[in-house]
Design a protein around this ligand. Structure first.
Ligand code: C2E
Ligand code: MG
Ligand code: MG
Ligand code: MG
Length: 276
């Protein structure tokens, strides 16, 4: 045992681990640079209603690094959260999407669109988070009713009273809230009933095999019924086939997002989806 422990302490000098520490430091540095040099972009993924009409878009962050190419959010969001870089990055996402809302509000064919923005817990925990969002809304002139903030269940580990105060402050101006990746985290129904949410998002992990796995179908159905009973809107994410959409529709689902309609695309391509 002692020998095993001794070996464990040597792990620090494991070259592969050292390499990963260096890689992490490099990534962190690159993230700082990326923010300074405008290497980030927002892609928009359409959200459809049952008739196939595009009712909104989820804003998804993209990082175009000059040498690394496109770095997926899965590879940098966690580090951005740990380092605190998610704070300036998150503000940039909000500013960019609010400016987009203003632009769309002036064009009749886009004026109905909502934009859903992912908010990390670290951002939301900022004492002045609600004030920051309201300031961006006001400065941009965007309609708060067209902005939806996506929170995740990990938020429920925080003080529910604090969450409520912030959400209520924003909801008073018309901002809406969705609970993202619903069912994958610590979903406490006790907390759920206390939050002024507008929408539940069925996580894509339940949608993927919904046609072949009866447990996934049961969970999706449970979420839809729960949403209906609580007067909430519901959207399924990761819908890739017409058969999945039809199945979800049969369970009572009302909104859909996924590759079946479109991947997340740049604003110009998103707007082109309305041509057909
Ligand atoms: P999310 O908010 O749950 O976003 C949905 C993810 O599913 C996106 O991945 C999207 O591209 C992907 N997706 C959409 N339709 C399909 C489909 O039909 N099939 C499959 N397999 N995947 C689909 P993406 O863009 O890589 O983003 C990953 C995560 O990164 C997001 O998950 C979100 O948690 C986070 N993220 C993205 N942008 C932001 C941001 O601006 N701020 C914060 N805090 N987090 C962000
Ligand atoms: Mg999301
Ligand atoms: Mg999600
Ligand atoms: Mg996710």
């Amino acid at each position: 045992q002692a020998k095993a422990a001794g070996r464990n302490t040597m792990r620090f000098f494991d070259p592969s681990m050292q390499a990963s520490i260096v890689a992490r430091a490099n990534l962190e540095h690159a993230l700082h640079e990326g923010l300074r040099q405008n290497q980030f972009q927002i892609c928009y993924q359409p959200q459809m209603d049952g008739s196939g009409r595009i009712v909104g878009a989820e804003a998804l962050l993209r990082w175009w690094h000059p040498e690394r190419g496109q770095v997926p959010p899965g590879e940098f969001i966690a580090l951005a959260e740990e380092t605190g870089l998610i704070l300036p990055l998150g503000l940039w996402v909000l500013e960019t999407t609010c400016a987009q809302l203003v632009e769309w509000s002036k064009q009749p064919r886009f004026a109905h669109l909502t934009i859903a923005v992912n908010v990390s817990i670290r951002q939301f925990r900022q004492p002045d988070f609600a004030d920051q969002v309201l300031a961006i809304l006001e400065k941009s002139g965007a309609n708060p009713e067209k902005l939806k903030l996506e929170l995740t269940e990990s938020l429920l580990a925080s003080d529910v009273e604090d969450i409520n105060v912030k959400m209520s402050q924003l909801k008073a101006k018309g901002v809406r809230f969705a609970l993202d990746d619903f069912g994958t985290g610590y979903s406490s129904l006790y907390y759920l009933k206390q939050l002024p949410l507008d929408q539940l998002k069925i996580d894509q992990s339940f949608v993927r095999d919904i046609l072949i796995d009866p447990n996934d179908a049961a969970i999706a159905k449970m979420i839809i019924v729960l949403a209906q009973s609580m007067g909430l809107d519901v959207i399924a994410e990761g819908v890739e086939s017409q058969a999945q959409k039809t199945f979800l529709q049969g369970l009572g689902c009302t909104n859909y997002q996924g590759y079946l309609f479109s991947e997340p695309v740049a604003k110009v391509q998103f707007e082109a989806l309305f041509q057909g």
